[in-house]
Design a protein around this ligand. Structure first.
Ligand code: MOS
Length: 730
């Protein structure tokens, strides 16, 4: 089904199941421990051996000598994979550094060997006996030191971002009545998802099956094929349950490649998990940024010139953190510029993490807006409303937004949060030993769409079955896909069986960039339309008059059951949604407003979040319960980026030194006592037949800036280097 004209009234609009809050249908399997994750596929591969990754102890150089004798002789060892015996490996499209290093080494903890043994303990013990002599080389590890050497990145692809320029930025900025010109920094971040990267691999002849924690099944089949040099048809990826992704699992990582190589070497299934303390350096991270923002406005805070420059680093061949992208779209202003510059660093690979670009871009932009509000003496909510724009400010009125309710979010969110009680003068509100302040920030995240397929059927018992390779990374995909199928075929959610995360199912858009919910349910919509036509035809009813209700296909007062029409063999249909150019003719994005109240201890400078609240407009909310969970989780991550999260770079040796959950701090429940989420009513007829948009990443975008602005309001201290830790407040 091609989606290239705005959606009209359709079966989803009935809103009997879609748009209604539902518990997760996969919840019971998860909380009872019966949902199998990649490392626990004892059912599928009962005799799997265990692999342990040996990572490089240097950041850059070569292997001078590799001595495996002691490890090979250790108890239980079944094999060792290294570059010397792995055969020729290709490189996928997305990995910057090879997933198996040697003799060249590109970053610290790059995998150099996989030791395989009969037990995890034996594999781990033998891994310590692998002897590697290194020939180290000097590397570059310090973004600030390399800022001057940063260059314009290649256009397009991941992390590619063209410069933008409209009007005369320099001239307009120089003439502006009020000018903000500030530098902000954000550190390297680690995904820190709950389930580590993990894979169980098994070969059957030349056919490979990977049970693996992966967000993007179809992409990753392609990556495995390229890397191993085998046909895609010989590869099966299975990922029904995934314990968080956050971008770390968008494609192939060392666990999957090494498990496949290990299983081939020993002729037996092998499982590999990347140990928690290997994740920060072996895998990917969000690169640190240095950002300069300049805003020129009139005395009323109306922006005339806005500029955002971003510097970040990555390995040779890598990409930028696209943190200026939202600045091209969010606020008006006739004179504009953005630029991203890329420094070559020899730290581990930088890549997509939790709303790449906007998440850290808004940490800077939305503080700059707070600074502008203060400089103009305009309320920060009102300032944002004054600078709202209903079209792409780079392209002009001929490219409107498909829907944009930023102003509604700001107004409704402010009301609900009690913004009117805020004292605009910093440092004036005291509650016992706490200085109390409130902050606001806009939320913005692109709405991307992607081709997505599904197969849907009715069996002889009248159960509806949906199959798609879409993944559920903890986000609620199972439930919204089930709701969509139930709505389309007029059955209850209890009568739907959803099967996800298997490359044998039709390829979906996958889970990434908050495109998954809207795209994958639209694919189910397309397949369901095809099945409705088949059912109506079989019933002998004209499709434009048939009704699907209560497990029946109806025409006037006649009806037939789905079960009878499906018969013993069942009735199936498959289709996909393909998107035309509506996302080019209209800007598609999601919006929100974050509010935060903090207390800062007058003596110790300890910051406590007292409450967070937000209002969000993201098209039709498919399941208000799981959407709320997505948003509060994302707001929590935003709070983490404001106050806690940072990988600490050892610039001498080129590694992240805090590499476990004890030293890489993230917020927990006790850190945020109250979170409130309001969804603004919105249907976006240009986004898909679902009229939905993404919501998974919106909640992180801007949340941290609201925290930073609240700290300023509480204390009068403007901090611009994240995370905003106690040492910076004292
Ligand atoms: Mo997301 S960082 O695109 O998984």
């Amino acid at each position: 089904m091609k989606f290239d004209t705005p959606a009209t009234t359709n079966p989803i609009d009935k809103g009997r199941v879609v748009g209604v809050a539902h518990d997760r249908i996969d919840g019971p399997a998860k909380v009872t421990g019966s949902a199998p994750y990649a490392y626990e596929r004892h059912d599928a591969a009962p005799n799997a051996a265990y692999g342990w990754i040996v990572g490089s102890a240097i950041a850059k150089g070569t292997i001078a000598a590799l001595d495996l004798r002691a490890a090979e002789a250790a108890p239980g060892v079944l094999g060792i994979v290294t570059h010397a015996n792995a055969g020729k490996l290709g490189k996928g499209n997305y990995n910057t550094a090879p997933l198996l290093g040697g003799p060249a080494i590109m970053h610290y903890d790059q995998a150099l060997a996989l030791v395989i043994a009969d037990t995890l303990e034996n594999a781990r013990a033998a891994a310590k006996l692998v002897r590697i002599d290194y020939a180290p080389q000097d590397g570059k590890f310090d973004l600030a030191a390399e800022q001057g050497n940063a260059v314009k990145p290649p256009d397009g692809g991941f992390g590619g971002a063209a410069d933008s320029a409209v009007g005369d930025f320099d001239g307009a900025f120089a003439k502006a009545a009020v000018r903000i010109d500030q530098r902000y920094t954000t550190p390297d971040h680690s995904h820190a998802m709950l389930e580590p990267h993990a894979t169980t691999a098994a070969w059957n002849g030349d056919k490979l099956t990977l049970w693996t924690a992966n967000q993007m099944i179809a992409w990753s089949v392609g990556e495995v094929a390229k890397t191993l040099g085998i046909p895609k048809a010989n590869i099966r990826l299975v990922a029904p349950y995934i314990g968080g992704g956050f971008g770390a699992k968008l494609w192939l990582r060392a666990d999957a490649l090494l498990a496949a190589l290990g299983a081939r070497q020993i002729g037996r299934p092998v499982k590999v998990a990347i140990a928690r303390n290997q994740i920060p350096n072996n895998t990917t991270h969000r690169p640190a940024t240095i950002q300069r923002i300049r805003i020129g406005a009139d005395k009323n805070g109306v922006i005339d010139a806005i500029g955002h420059e971003v510097w970040s680093g990555d390995l040779p061949g890598g990409g930028t953190e696209t943190a200026a992208m939202q600045t091209r779209l969010l606020y008006g202003g006739a004179h504009r510029m953005t630029a991203h510059r890329l420094a070559t660093l020899d730290l581990p690979e930088g890549n997509a993490m939790r709303a790449p670009g906007e998440a850290v871009g808004l940490l800077a932009l939305e503080v700059a807006m707070d600074e502008l509000a203060e400089a103009c003496g305009v309320d920060p909510v009102e300032l944002r409303i004054r600078n709202d724009v209903q079209y792409d400010p780079e392209a002009g009125t001929q490219r409107p937004y498909s829907s944009r309710k930023l102003v509604e979010c700001l107004r409704a969110g402010a009301d609900r949060f009690g913004w009117a009680k805020r004292n605009p003068k910093p440092g004036k509100v005291r509650d016992g030993r706490w200085l109390v302040g409130m902050g606001v920030a806009s939320a913005f995240r692109n709405n991307l769409v992607g081709k997505s397929g599904a197969r849907i059927g009715v069996d002889g018992a009248g159960k509806v079955i949906v199959e798609t390779d879409m993944t559920d990374i903890g986000t609620g995909s199972y439930t919204i896909i089930g709701q969509t199928a139930a709505e389309m075929l007029g059955v209850s959610l209890d009568d739907v069986i959803v099967r996800l995360g298997d490359s044998r199912f039709p390829a979906s858009a996958g889970s990434g960039g908050q495109w998954g919910a809207n795209s994958s349910t639209a694919g189910v919509y397309a397949a369901a339309m095809a099945l409705r036509a088949k059912l109506a035809e079989k019933a002998g009813y004209p499709i434009d008059q048939a009704q699907f209700d209560d497990g029946l296909v109806k025409l006037g007062n006649q009806s037939q059951t789905l079960a009878a029409l499906a018969g013993r063999e069942g009735l199936w249909a498959e289709d996909s949604i393909e998107f035309g150019d509506l996302d080019k003719r209209y800007v598609q994005a999601t919006f929100g407003a974050h509010f935060c109240e903090v207390g800062v201890d007058i003596d110790t400078a300890e910051v406590r979040i007292r409450r967070m609240g937000g209002a969000f407009a993201a098209g039709r909310i498919l399941n208000p319960k799981s959407a709320r969970s997505q948003v509060i989780g994302a707001m929590t991550m935003g709070a983490g980026s404001a106050l806690m999260e940072a990988l600490e770079v050892d610039t001498r040796f080129g590694l992240f030194i805090n590499h476990d959950m004890a030293e890489y701090a993230v917020p927990v429940h006790a850190d945020i006592p109250e979170q409130d989420v309001l969804f603004i009513d919105e249907l976006d007829d240009k986004s898909s037949p679902m009229k939905a948009k993404g919501v998974g990443e919106l909640g992180i975008c801007g949340a941290g800036a609201a925290v930073a602005n609240a700290i300023y309001n509480a204390t009068g201290l403007r901090l611009r280097d994240y995370p905003l830790t106690i040492d910076k407040l004292l």
